[in-house]
Design a protein. Structure first.
Length: 256
């Protein structure tokens, strides 16, 4: 009997995992393990859904427009959610510089190619570029769901200070209170700054107010207008997560 008892005891000892709790402690430990397994199994679908949401590809807000007349031939493409990359060729050096500023500070990727009757003057090329760019941005915005809509910017450029306010409303209107101390910046006619803004606003479907509070240098005044537009535009067309894709209007539409 003594041998048998020792054999059973030895078997029991071999079947027991060293350090594993026994009795009530073992019951409590196993219960906790079952609870953890249950929680883990319940959280898996939630985790998968979260991963699915975080990896959803947002709707691309990009568009391209071609415009051809007897005076000009313009191609403009934009990506509203870009990094500000620009490829601009209009044949007008100072105007290219302004459009590059508009792209860089709005973070809108822009590619613009313009061929116009520059042997006559720069007016048609500048105006038609504004038309095509405005149309491209309007097209890329779609129904404008989820955007911030309103924005403004106060833009300093050395001695110049310009403020720009925007409503991406679908209703085009321009207030332009800016004057220049001279008629030309190099070969560029300063009056064409307003012509560009007018063409852009009417075709983008936005209300835009531009006012230069003070300034002396024509280059700085022009650049502050373009950069001010860029900064305000960047904020106005940003997706507001609290909108959750809703149209930012009590009318339920920003079609005009």
């Amino acid at each position: 009997m003594m041998v048998k008892s020792r054999r059973v005891s030895a078997q029991s000892s071999r079947g027991r995992v060293e350090g594993y709790p026994r009795g009530r402690a073992r019951h409590v430990a196993e219960s906790k393990v079952r609870q953890e397994i249950s929680k883990a199994s319940q959280s898996v679908p939630d985790l998968l859904e979260q991963r699915h949401i975080s990896h959803r590809v947002p709707k691309m807000r990009a568009a391209a427009v071609s415009r051809k007349t007897k005076e000009t031939e313009i191609e403009a493409s934009v990506d509203l959610d870009g990094t500000g990359a620009a490829k601009i060729q209009t044949g007008i050096g100072f105007f290219d510089h302004m459009l590059e500023q508009l792209a860089r500070h709005s973070l809108i990727d822009m590619a613009i190619s313009a061929r116009g009757d520059l042997h006559i003057d720069q007016h048609h090329t500048v105006e038609d570029t504004g038309i095509a760019l405005g149309q491209a941005i309007r097209k890329a915005l779609g129904d404008r769901a989820g955007i911030t809509r309103y924005a403004d910017a106060l833009l300093p450029m050395d001695e110049t200070l310009t403020r720009v306010a925007i409503d991406v409303s679908g209703r085009p209107f321009l207030v332009f209170k800016t004057s220049f101390p001279r008629e030309k910046i190099g070969e560029f006619d300063t009056e064409l700054v307003r012509e560009f803004f007018q063409a852009f606003v009417m075709n983008a479907g936005m209300t835009v107010h531009v006012e230069t509070l003070y300034g002396e240098n024509a280059h700085h005044i022009s650049e502050s207008c373009f950069k001010g537009l860029a900064r305000a535009l960047r904020l106005a067309i940003e997706q507001d997560p609290r909108q959750k894709g809703a149209i930012p209007s009590t009318k339920g539409t920003l079609a005009g």
